[in-house]
Design a protein around this ligand. Sequence first.
Ligand code: ADP
Ligand code: MG
Length: 461
Amino acid sequence: MKQAEKGQTGQDVVFDWKAVLERIKSHSPPDWLFSIEVTRTEGRKITLGAKSQFQALWAKNHYLPLINETAGNLYGKEIFEITIDTDGSGPSGGESRKNGRDAKPEDKEVRAPRAESFPNSANSFENFIVGPSNQFAHAASYAIAENPGKAYNPLFIHSGVGLGKTHLLHSIGNHILKKNGSRINIFCISAEHFTNGVIKSIKTGSMDNFRDLYRFNCDVLLIDDIQFIAGKNSTQEEFFHTFNSLYTAKKQIVITSDKHPSLIKNFEERLKSRFEWGLTADIQPPEVETKIAIIEKKAEKERIEVPADVASFLAQNIVSNVRELEGSVNKLAAYSKMFNERITLELAKDLLKNLVKKESPKIITIELIQKEVSSFFNLTVKELKSDQKQKKVSEPRQIAMFLSRRYTSSSFPEIGSKFGGKNHSTVVHAVKNIEKKIYRDPSVSNAVSALSASLEKFITS
Ligand code: ADP
Ligand code: MG
């Protein structure tokens, strides 16, 4: 449908939706975007109709700015005011039309999830930097996003704060949405949101509605920070039943937490064991190279120039938290934009002196690592450095070598010499072995996480 309006030159301008679509093709939108049509025109107001509320919201979140920009380029700025709504042919909207006890699975097509369970469009696989510390969690997440319900179920992602769990969880949601549009209903929610739902349903006596919402309405459940429901018995009970129905129906479940399932306290055993039915993946603190790549990506997004020495300074000094890393780049960006100043190492050191402890820097040494690791495993430093081959000594030794590589700038031979004169290849083997085990063996990954946290406390305290 075309709509005539007076353009800036006084000429009639015709809004041609197909021409706009043609131009945004190069941004590879999902196929269903092409089924959207103009449903209403009122002067310069154009309403586009999507087949469902789900699609309307998604298109609004992801494509409206581009649609506006493209129309602006075609016709001169701001001639048309474009909104996206449903075309009335599909699901009715935010609330399920038929909610509650009489809802059946076949009513599914008349339902649409609510806006608050949408993944945040800012988090995507495209802007997630992959490095050795997160590649396993990333690969598992991607496999799931490509084939929900078929790859691993559930996927359980755990890590310390600010290392990218939420980012990956929302990337899964966005990827599935982009590929499938409204065909798959995704609930991307925090465990806190789930808890609030339980509390509200108990209060209003509408627990059946709450259960049905997940049981019949959800194809993919992405739930963030499950540790939040520790100690909350009614919520755990509800989550247990939700989990079971979705799992039995082969619906994809992805859970994140700040700890490995076995380490969450005040949590029902039956739930913890279910979390381990599928695949457990952890994210470790990023290596310096990954941190530099994250800084570069962020700088690109902020359109600022971060010189290599500044990126390297930040990556070396901001130990583990990607959120802090981003915060420091934001701070530099804000400053340099405000005062129109180039970012230099001096400026970075000055601006970030609260974050980065410049004076009397505390350094993680191999000796400190050996002390921490031996006390963690109840060994003496002498045993750790010895040639003993039993696993209870050799594995901690390998972990200590791995941590020495991660936290010091020592070369493989230097590390070897501090471990009772081991040669270069022994250290290389140890580091590789632990890198592998981190993904497969929760006891190793937990030890590495706990030791990393205590070493990092040392520098940041
Ligand atoms: P968590 O949920 O583990 O606490 P988040 O997912 O919220 O961490 O990540 C914190 C911030 O760091 C977010 O802004 C996120 O986009 C960013 N971030 C984390 N890891 C990466 C990564 N590998 N690449 C790009 N950005 C990342
Ligand atoms: Mg998070």
